[in-house]
Every structure is written in structure tokens, then in C-alpha cells.
Design a protein around this ligand. Structure first.
Ligand SMILES: Cc1cc2nc3c(=O)[nH]c(=O)nc-3n(C[C@H](O)[C@H](O)[C@H](O)COP(=O)(O)OP(=O)(O)OC[C@H]3O[C@@H](n4cnc5c(N)ncnc54)[C@H](O)[C@@H]3O)c2cc1C
Length: 211
């Protein structure tokens, strides 16, 4: 017996027989998605193709902002990433009325073992970083434990994990942000290059480097 009224047969099946949906649809789809993204990320990193594409992808973010600027600017801006892709349990209804900016910045760009920095795009995940850094015996200072958490999400949402009591919040170990501002320009906010303006908050498309 269900504890609440369902309004359609589909809803009834999803509530009462959720395990069928999970076992035969959700899990296989997740497994296929995981295998595809693991292979894709590995090939992109090994071929070193992401750094060459980075500037072009940032230009695409700028293009969308400039298109918005050319209009009446009656809407606000937000990232186009749908709620179901994020770890956040909040359902982002605001995305329906805001101008959605597509950010196809999903890669780890470069690991510099001399400077001990890693340069990556905002939608690179903890899982991607770990898979690349672990074989080198390296890790970023603060590694929130879920593989799906993104660098951009953790910077904007003040990511934390147990080592944060030593290294601070997730964003505190980032040394450089590449930012697309609301006027469509790109600026670099760097602790090294511009130590007096390290507190600029990241927005939309940027790459990051960790100490
Ligand atoms: C089960 C569970 C476990 C969790 N465990 C941890 C944990 O161990 N440590 C921890 O710190 N947090 C944890 N969280 C919370 C998590 O940090 C937040 O949910 C956060 O939102 C990160 O998720 P995300 O990468 O999917 O980011 P999103 O939810 O996609 O993004 C977070 C915010 O950042 C903004 N944003 C993202 N990228 C950009 C960008 N490029 N430009 C501008 N804005 C951007 C988004 O618009 C959004 O407002 C957990 C959450 C859940 C549900």
C-alpha cells in the first residue's frame, strides 16, 4: 500500500516499483555514462587537446555574454547547467527565467610538477582530478569526497573537506582564476600576478590553478 495518492500509472510504478527503474534503467545508464566520460577524459588529457580548445571555449562564453549585452538586458545571467547534473539538491527554478550561459569547460588542462600546480576548467570534477593526479602521487590540498563535485561548484559554494582545517576552504588553495566578466571581457585574477586583488570572485568561464 502506498502512503500517498499517485496521479498516474507511471507515477504509481515509479513509487511502488522504484527498484525496477533503478536496476534496469538508472544503473545501466549511469554505468554507460561513467565509462564514456572516463575514456573521453583520459583520451583528451593524453592527447593534450583540451588546452588548445580552451581559449575557443572561453570565447564562446564571451559571445553569449555579448549577445545578452546587445539585447535589452532584462534578464539576469546564470550558468546553463541543469539541476539534475549538479550535486546540489536545490531545484534551480530561476534558470527558467534567467539567460542561461552554456559553459562547455569540462577538462583538466595541465599538471605542472615543477610548480606543483594543476590548471583546470570549472566543470572538471574531483573524480577527473583524482584519476590524473593519483598515479603521479599527487593530490590537491582539499579533495571533497564525491567524484561528481566540480571545481567551479566548489569554488562558488565554498567547498570543504577534512584537510580544510589545514589548507582552508577549497577556493583558498586556488592561485589563479580566469574570469569572464558581465561586460564580456576576460580578466585573470592571480595571487601571483596581481597579489593585491586576489579576492575577485570567479564567474562563468574560467580556468583555475591550484597550489
Ligand atoms: C550528498 C552530498 C555530499 C556533499 N559533500 C560535500 C563535501 O564533501 N564537501 C563539500 O564542500 N560540499 C559537499 N556537498 C555540497 C556541494 O559542495 C555543493 O552541492 C556544491 O554545489 C557543489 O556541487 P556541484 O559541483 O554540483 O556545483 P553546482 O551545484 O553546479 O554549483 C554550485 C554553485 O556554483 C555556481 N557555479 C558553478 N560553476 C560556475 C561557474 N563556472 N561560473 C559561475 N558560477 C558557477 C552554480 O551556478 C551554483 O550556484 C555535498 C552535497 C551533497 C548533496
Amino acid at each position: 500500500m502506498t502512503s500517498f495518492q499517485t496521479e498516474s500509472l507511471l507515477e504509481y510504478l515509479l513509487v511502488e516499483y522504484r527498484w525496477i527503474f533503478v536496476l534496469f534503467i538508472l544503473l545501466p545508464m549511469s554505468a554507460v555514462g561513467k565509462v564514456w566520460s572516463t575514456i573521453r577524459n583520459y583520451v583528451v588529457f593524453i592527447m593534450n587537446s583540451a588546452p588548445k580548445m580552451h581559449d575557443q571555449k572561453v570565447k564562446e562564453v564571451q559571445r553569449q555574454i555579448k549577445e545578452w549585452l546587445a539585447g535589452d538586458r532584462s534578464t539576469r545571467l546564470c550558468t546553463a547547467r541543469p539541476s539534475w547534473q549538479t550535486m546540489n539538491v536545490r531545484h534551480g527554478l530561476y534558470k527558467k527565467t534567467y539567460t542561461n550561459i552554456k559553459i562547455n569547460l569540462v577538462d583538466v588542462l595541465e599538471v605542472d610538477t615543477d610548480k606543483m600546480t594543476v590548471r583546470c576548467e570549472p566543470l572538471a570534477t574531483m573524480g577527473q582530478l583524482s584519476k590524473i593526479l593519483q598515479p603521479m602521487g599527487l593530490s590537491i590540498p582539499v579533495v571533497p569526497e564525491l567524484d561528481q563535485l566540480t571545481v567551479g561548484g566548489l569554488v562558488m559554494d565554498t567547498g570543504v573537506e577534512t584537510s580544510a582545517h589545514i589548507y582552508g576552504l577549497f577556493q583558498h588553495s586556488c592561485i589563479e582564476f580566469e574570469l569572464v566578466l558581465a561586460d564580456g571581457s576576460v580578466v585573470i585574477s592571480s595571487k601571483i600576478r596581481s597579489p593585491r586583488v586576489p579576492s575577485i570572485q570567479p564567474h562563468l568561464g574560467y580556468r583555475e590553478a591550484f597550489q
